[in-house]
Write a protein that binds this ligand. Structure first.
Ligand code: IPD
Length: 296
């Protein structure tokens, strides 16, 4: 199979027993990082750096949480690579890469809005090439609600709250676009935001309503448990979606992008099977009209 960027890498998933084992690793380290960002949060949390724009912030806790994930994964899975939102990735030799977002929803975290999470996923493929990687195990730990969503491909999607045993989650049975509650988000770049606003103008009248929570990882888990019926966003990175993707897919959700490469920065959408006839076409065409000229 080919894409415009060359041959697709081998996306064969590891044996189910390895997937299940790495799901538990993801849960363990995501919960450890989630405890760190709550317990060690400084009283006055400053912005250490900005990235793509002055509103794209990094706090000292983003880097500390990524360092914790990096150190723990180096011990638990020494042959695997690491690709994270913050500094400090590494190549591996096993063909497996851990894709981590130490705080997804950094702006919420900075402002004390309880809607952020640690996202940890094990993937195969090449994370530097759009559409050339796939997650097969992951966990999203939400420290404010003391809950973690987790899944591996073929193993179902689960939600564990506090010390209670995990319960399976399922996407909603929504079939009517006009009744669908849709999640979305906006990037940090002004030109992208202006185009996202124009896209929103087309989508909003077609659905029940829109929610913008501020953490794509949390949104994907809300979708997995039926609290959102569909999601779309442009500009999402692998670390925003990797763990939530496998949770949402195992919960029965459909996941796609602009073309047949799956979700990429160009477009990520998720919807219930019942919305498949309407939602992907709506967001693909609106995105195509308004974001075609916005660089990836
Ligand atoms: C952001 C969040 C937000 C989404 C942005 C992401 P970050 O991630 O997931 O919901 O709308 O596109 O960049 O910067 O908080 O890790």
């Amino acid at each position: 199979m080919h894409d415009e960027m060359g041959d697709l890498p081998d996306l064969t998933l590891p044996h189910p027993s390895v997937r299940a084992e790495l799901e538990q690793v993801a849960v363990t380290v995501a919960q450890e990082a989630a405890r760190l960002i709550v317990d060690d949060r400084p009283r006055a949390l400053g912005v250490d750096l900005t990235k793509s724009s002055p509103t794209d912030v990094v706090t000292v806790m983003d880097q500390r949480a990524q360092d914790l994930l990096s150190d723990r994964l180096a011990v638990l899975c020494p042959d695997d690579g690491l690709f994270g939102e913050e500094q400090g990735g590494r190549a591996g030799t096993s063909g497996i890469t851990w894709v981590v977002d130490p705080i997804d929803g950094t702006v919420n975290y900075l402002y004390g809005i309880p809607m952020y999470a640690v996202s940890v996923a094990a993937v195969v493929g090449d994370t530097s090439r759009p559409g050339c990687w796939r997650p097969f195990a992951g966990a999203v730990a939400d420290p404010e609600r003391r809950e973690v969503f987790h899944a591996h491909t073929g193993g179902g999607a689960w939600r564990r709250r506090g010390a209670s045993p995990p319960v399976p989650v399922r996407v909603s049975d929504c079939t009517d676009l006009g009744q669908a509650l849709a999640g979305t988000g906006f990037g940090y770049d002004a030109a992208r935001r202006a185009a996202q606003a124009r896209t929103l103008v087309e989508v909003l009248p077609q659905v029940r309503d829109i929610r913008r929570g501020g953490s794509a990882a949390v949104d994907l888990c809300l979708f997995a448990r039926g609290a959102l019926d569909c999601i779309y966003e442009t500009g999402l990175n692998p670390w925003d979606i990797a763990a939530g993707w496998v949770v949402a897919a195992e919960a029965g959700g459909l996941v796609g992008g602009m073309g047949d490469l799956g979700p990429t920065r160009r477009l990520t959408w998720l919807c219930t099977p019942g919305l498949a006839p309407a939602f992907p076409d709506l967001v693909r065409s609106a995105t195509g009209r308004h974001l075609a000229d916005v660089p990836d």
